[in-house]
Design a binder for this molecule. Sequence first.
Ligand code: SAH
Length: 239
Amino acid sequence: MWRASVLTIFPDMFPGPLGTSLAGKALAAGTWALETIDIRNFGIGVHRTVDDTPAGGGPGMVMKADVLANAIDSVAADTRPRILLSPRGTPLTQARVKDLARGPGAILVCGRFEGVDERVIEARALEEISVGDYVLSGGEIAALVLMDACIRLLPGVMGHEASGQDESFSDGLLEYPQFTRPQVFEGRPIPEVLISGDHAKVAAWRREQAEKLTQSRRGDLWTAFSDRLGPAKKPPAKG
Ligand code: SAH
C-alpha cells in the first residue's frame, strides 16, 4: 500500500479532492493510505504557536524549526522520501512522479506563511520539490498535486492500465490531439486518418502530431527529446 503522511496546519484540506473520483475509490479500496499530522499539535505554549518573525526583519512569519522537527519526528521513521513542498524546490516531473509511485509513499511537509526555517530543511534532510514557477499560499495544494499525480499511476487505479503510457511526458513528448464522437462538431470533422481503421497510419499520425506540438509549444522538452534520440535518429525539424 502506498502511504502518504502529510504535515500541515490545515489537516481539513485532506483528502479534499482526492476523496472523490479514482483517487477516492482507491483510498476506500486501500490502494493508498493517507495520514495527516497537525503541525499545530506540536506548537508552543497555550496558543500552540508554530511561527515567528523572520530573523533579520522583513514581512510575514516563518515556520519554526523546533515545532516542525517535532512534527516530522512524530512520523514513524521509515524509508519514504521526506519532501518539503517549496517554490525553490526541484520542479516536479512525470519521471519523478513515476519514481515516487513505484516507492512506498511519501512524507509531505506543507509550508505556510513566508516559508520554513532553513535549519529544519537541513537537519531533517528534506527534499524540496516545486509544482511550478509560481507562489502558492501554502504547500497543501502542492501536496495534493503531487499525490494525485502519483496515485493515478498506482496499479489498478486507472481504468485502463495502458492509459498512463501514451500520455504527455511519458516518452518526452506532449500528447497528440484527442477526438471522440460526434463525427462533425460545429462543422469540424474528426481527422480522416483516425476513422480509417489503419492502425499503423493512426500511430504515425499521432506521433507526428505529438512531435509538432512539442516542438511548437515546448522548445525545452523538444530539445531534450531530440538530444536523447541522438544525432542519427533525430526527427526532421518541422515548421
Ligand atoms: N516566501 C517563499 C514562498 C512561501 S509560500 C518564497 O518566496 O520562496 C508558502 C508555502 O507555500 C511554502 O513554504 C511552500 O510550502 C508552499 N508553496 C508555495 N509555492 C509553491 C510551489 N510552487 N510549489 C510547492 N510549494 C509551494
